[in-house]
Each structure stands twice: as C-alpha cells, then as structure tokens.
Design a protein around this ligand. Structure first.
Ligand code: ASP
Length: 340
C-alpha cells in the first residue's frame, strides 16, 4: 500500500512538472474587419472564408507545434491568405483609383524588435516575404515601390506580372466606388474635389500574431490597402507601431481598419504602451484602444493581439471581423460577426 502511494505521488509530481514544462504556443489571425453582416452573406460564402481561415491557422499552428519560430508561423499563415482571392492581400488585393494593385506588408520579431516593411509594390507575389527579406537581408526597416521590388528580385523572391493580382470582384468594387464618387461630385457641383473619406467598406487586410515555444512573439500584416486610393497612398499596415508591432515584453499586434485613423492613433504601439506603462492586461489594453480610443476618434476596425502568456484578444468596433485563433490549450475558435 505504502509502495502504491509512493508510486502515485511520484506519477503526480511527474505529470505536474511535465505540464509546467510543456511550452505554451498560440496563434491568432484576422482576414479584415468592416461592414460584414450575416444577412449579406450566403452560407457558402461564410464557409469559404472559414475554410481559408482554418487552413491558414492550422498552417501556422503546425509550425509552432513542431518547435518552429513565431516568425516562420506568421509568415506561413499569411502566405495562405495572400494566395486566396477572398482577402484584400496578395491575390484579391483592392484596386487603386488608377486600376492598379499596390501592396503593403510588415513583419516584426518580438524578441529583437527587428522589423521589415514594404509599401506600394505591384510585382512581388508574396509581400509578407518581401517584408521579411527587408528585415533579415537589409539594414533597413522599410522599402517602397520600384526599389522594394528590385530588392525582392535580388533576394530571389517570386516575381509576377502585376495582372496576377487582378480579380474581377475587386475591379467591380472599384468601378462602383468611382461611379458613386462621380455622382457625389456632380451633385455637389464641386470641381476636382477629392473626397476626404473612403466610402464605407470591408477592410480585407490579413494578419497573424503568434507565440512560439521559446516564448517569442511575432506579428505580420499584409494588405492591398483601401479601394480607390490615390497618389501612392500608404496605410497603417507597413507603419511599425500603427498596423503591426511585436515586443516580447508586452505583446504582438496586427490591425485592420481605416488606416489613416490607425496611423494617427499609433494603434498597435498604443496597446503595447498601455500594458507597459499602465500595467493593463492584454485584453484591457486592446479593448481600451479599439473600443474606446478609436471609436471616439472615428476609426473603424479591429486588431488581433497576443501576449507572452499566450492570452489572445481580438476586439473590433465594426459589425464583423474575419478571425480565428488556436489558444494555449489547442482550442480553436473561428468567428466572423460580433459575438453576442
Ligand atoms: N488598414 C488597411 C489600410 O488602411 C486596410 C484594411 O485593413 O483592410 O491600408
């Protein structure tokens, strides 16, 4: 009996130490926020989004599970969404006013706070890989336009014809917006006035944040920006601290929404700063910025965020945000609309 008890105690201690030493891994992703309402979606459309979200999530989680880095996980996750025409990133990116696709992306390593970003590129198949190359293969943080494309080519990244990014759905969206804009201009009688606001839309940017078994955080975001953008407009995504940020001391954040507001609110860094200087939890900080500060400011959108304990927050202030997560217990969540 005594022997049995001893054996049992040993087993319990063994299990406990195993549980304690088993490293925490977790990942969260988004596929854009905006006016996404159940009544405007068919069951098939819903399923199509969920399928790609799950595929992307599982791709990143598998890498983490095999002991891979959070950087590799977020990059691979974004690849899945960049090749899907459903999202406003890579293939499926929205069009500029001139009928082009100009892509932005950023990646950040929470361990070193190294970061890489590209903006306004039209020929690199995977903008997130271009951003990672900037981070790892250059001494710079951000490259734009032709220079960024040249650099990506020299790094051996896959180069495509700009027409690769064309999708009829996005092109039709541009035509619709240009038509509405023209009607508004004709109506107001003003000449050459450029509306200050982008019309109500879905922000289909994609993003991923992850925690790996070494306790390192990473964030990545990739986008086509906003439909009908002009004059080389760049949004929040490639601006480190606005749309993308990672620091092991606080959190990793990837944002989606009306970029101009996210830049002016320095959204991703603000969440990290609230944790660092005010001692807020991840959930409190993310919710304070997205549901209060941004709302008061007039900025639509949301974020995904993760901290070193593997806590995940995915607040948004729009009717929907495509999102998914796998928590430290391996529990999967996939959502589109506001949960009641
Ligand atoms: N934040 C992106 C931008 O302003 C848009 C989006 O989230 O879809 O460029």
């Amino acid at each position: 009996m005594k022997k049995l008890l001893l054996c049992f105690t040993f087993m319990c201690i063994h299990c406990l130490s195993q549980a304690q030493s088993s490293p925490k891994i977790a990942i969260a992703i988004h596929g854009g926020a905006g006016t996404i309402k159940k009544e405007n979606m068919t069951a098939q459309q819903e399923q199509a989004y969920k399928t790609v979200l799950q595929e992307a999530l599982k791709t990143g989680y598998k890498i983490l599970k095999q002991g891979g880095s959070s950087l590799d996980a977020v990059e691979a996750t974004i690849h899945v969404m960049e090749v899907s025409p459903l999202f406003n990133a890579g293939k499926g990116a929205v069009f500029t006013h001139d009928g082009k696709n100009e892509l932005d992306a950023a990646i950040m390593d929470g361990k070193t706070r190294n970061a890489g970003a590209v903006a306004g590129i039209s020929t690199v198949k995977s903008p997130i890989s271009a951003a990672r190359a900037v981070m790892e293969k250059s001494e710079h943080v951000m490259m734009v336009g032709k220079g960024a494309e040249q650099f990506a080519k020299e790094q051996g990244l896959e180069i495509v014809d700009p027409s690769y990014f064309y999708t009829q759905k996005r092109y039709d969206q541009l035509q619709e917006i240009i038509h509405t804009e023209k009607q508004q201009l004709d109506h107001s009688g003003s000449q050459g006035h450029i509306p200050a606001q982008f019309p109500d839309q879905k922000f289909g940017t994609v993003g991923a944040v992850a925690l790996d078994e070494d306790g390192n955080l990473a964030a990545a975001t990739s986008t086509g920006g906003m439909t009908n953008k002009r004059y080389g407009r760049v949004g929040d995504v490639p601006i480190i601290g606005a749309g993308t940020y990672a620091d092991n001391n606080t959190c990793a954040v990837s944002a989606t929404g009306h970029g101009e507001y996210f830049i002016r609110s320095v959204v991703a860094y603000d969440i990290a700063a609230l944790m660092k200087y005010k001692g807020m939890s991840l959930k409190e900080a993310a919710s304070e910025v997205v549901k209060h500060k941004l709302v008061d400011f007039g900025g639509d959108g949301g974020v995904i965020a993760i901290d070193r304990q593997g806590n995940i927050a995915m607040p948004f202030n729009t009717s929907g945000m495509y999102r998914a997560s796998m928590d430290i217990n391996g529990k999967m969540y996939v959502g589109i609309y506001q949960s009641k």
